[in-house]
Design a protein around this ligand. Structure first.
Ligand code: SF4
Length: 498
């Protein structure tokens, strides 16, 4: 039986949801994984921070109903500029979803992953979800299939998931303590009735844990998503991380709560605050241990299309797809060529990165300069290729003398929406600068005079000299230049302790 669409309900949607696909880590954060798992995930746009610049993903919104209520979710609110889990512009039938997937895969050969992530819970809509997977596994065998769930119906769905070759599942687990759960989930819909408070949260937690164990025992990869809700589960998520890791999850994705009053969620209306970027990073760092933490998840819409951070959904609406002629056999040949070229490029980059940066046996000393944070305006492709004023987000890297790692992305409202409005956004600029807390250098393809001056005043060095360069080369060049100029020398105490 499928559940009715219940207004204002949802599984893991809003604040956190991920989708099918999952999110990513810096490539070295995958290094602890056994080869068998690493080879499955290192080219996945959500699991590998590096791969997400090259490979795209899409979600199809075939699952309208939900079987739990999360206080951070309201699936009714949609705005085409809005990117949050659970948000969609149109719910599709399985047939429309299959057509859309084939159309996107033919038009965007970099698309490798199809996920079902909402707008409700995919497993609360089993007929629609599994019909879509069944047809896609037959008609588009070169696409990886993923699903994202709140876990309530997971144990009873594991056999069916295995049948459709779903090799990655995302479960949103926000707590393992029902008392905390009752503050996040007011009720669940279980065995034909609503169960409220601690009792409902307890059932949900048990189902999530059971489903996680069942999936990992079958060799299905599980990523766990958690929404960081300050004052409710932030400290508790360290415990969640340990438990899900012990039960076999290979990746944990801690995402910030999204709680704006205009979204109409309980948390938004009640003024529950969101974590700051630095609070999120600190929690991700303390949860990580030797487990991979996702850092580049974009908390995508349930109908997102394209590279992470971009949304090409408007090119593939139901009416546009109806008119498209798709020769998928021919598309698969082209797709294979594109995938091979990207894989070779990524392999070359990995080899370069793995090469030693200094040789202690030859008497070379580890350079004694401090790490810094560099923000990049990029619209994809792993390049510094976005105008500062047009950026919807900045990618933040921590760069040290011999290595670097991706830390996070910071979303923002673009400072300049077009030539006429450029420079009007004083408040927006202030917000952008605030969101760049901790950053010392900002790279963009171009930066206007006014923001340049304000960034400098805020202690952030703007730099437009690396336009169109690969991000990794650009951040290395900038770091080496600053180090050579003596601007990154470690304080004496830190040097002595190193
Ligand atoms: S980046 Fe988007 S598609 Fe990937 S895991 Fe996160 S929400 Fe899902």
């Amino acid at each position: 039986m499928e559940l009715p669409v219940i207004s204002n309900t949802a599984p893991e949607s809003s604040g956190g949801g991920c989708s099918s696909s999952g999110c990513g880590t810096a490539p070295d954060a995958l290094s602890h994984l056994p080869d068998s798992i690493r080879s499955k995930v290192q080219d996945h746009p959500c699991y590998s921070e590096e791969a997400h610049h090259y490979f795209a993903r899409m979600h199809v919104a075939v699952a309208p109903a939900c079987n739990i209520q999360c206080n951070y979710c309201n699936r009714k609110y949609d705005c085409s500029n809005e990117s949050r889990p659970g948000v969609v512009s149109e719910v599709m039938s399985p047939d429309q979803a299959v057509k859309k997937t084939l159309a996107v895969a033919a038009a965007i050969p970099q698309m490798t992953v199809l996920g079902i992530a909402g707008p409700g819970d995919p497993l609360a809509n089993p007929e629609r979800t599994f019909e879509t997977f069944r047809r896609l596994s037959e008609e588009a065998p070169d696409i990886k299939l993923c699903v994202s769930t709140n876990g309530l119906s997971l144990p009873e769905s594991v056999d069916e998931l295995a049948k459709h070759n779903i090799d990655h599942v995302t479960i949103t687990i926000n707590c393992v303590d029902p008392e905390i759960g009752a503050k996040i989930y007011p009720w669940i819909f279980w065995e034909n009735k609503r169960i409220f408070g601690v009792e409902g949260a307890k059932i949900l937690i048990e189902q999530q844990q059971k489903g996680l164990e069942m999936l990992t025992s079958r060799g299905i990869l599980v990523k766990v998503n958690s929404v960081m809700i300050p004052g409710i589960n932030d400290e508790h998520l360290k415990e969640v991380s340990k438990i899900v890791k012990a039960k076999g999850a290979f990746l944990h994705n801690v995402m910030p709560l999204i709680a704006e009053a205009e979204h109409g969620t309980y948390f938004g209306i009640m003024g529950q605050r969101e974590p700051t970027p630095l609070e999120l990073e600190a929690l991700q760092d303390s949860c990580s241990g030797d487990m991979s933490m996702m850092r580049h998840c974009r908390q995508c819409r349930a109908d997102a299309v394209g590279l992470l951070g971009e949304d090409r959904g408007a090119e593939f609406t139901i009416d546009k797809i109806e008119e498209m002629e798709i020769d998928y056999a021919a598309a698969m040949v082209e797709r294979a060529k594109v995938h091979d070229a990207i894989t070779s490029e990524l392999e070359m980059k990995r080899a370069l990165k793995a090469a030693p940066k200094f040789n202690p046996e030859a008497g070379e000393e580890k350079p004694a300069t401090r790490p810094i944070r560099i923000a990049i305006a990029s619209k994809g492709g792993g390049l510094v290729n976005e105008h500062f004023g047009h950026a919807h987000e900045f990618l933040v890297y921590e760069v040290g003398p011999t290595s670097h790692r991706f830390l996070t992305h910071r979303k923002c409202t673009p400072y300049c929406m077009g030539d006429e409005s450029c420079g009007d956004g004083e408040t927006v600029l202030g917000q952008i600068i605030k969101s760049l807390e901790g950053v010392e250098v900002l790279l963009a393809s171009k930066i206007g005079f006014e923001p340049w001056a304000d960034l400098e005043k805020a202690g952030i060095q703007p730099n437009g000299e690396h336009a169109m360069e690969p991000i990794e080369e650009a951040i290395r060049a900038v770091y080496d230049e600053l180090a050579a100029a003596g601007k990154l020398d470690m304080p004496a105490e830190a040097k002595a302790a190193a």
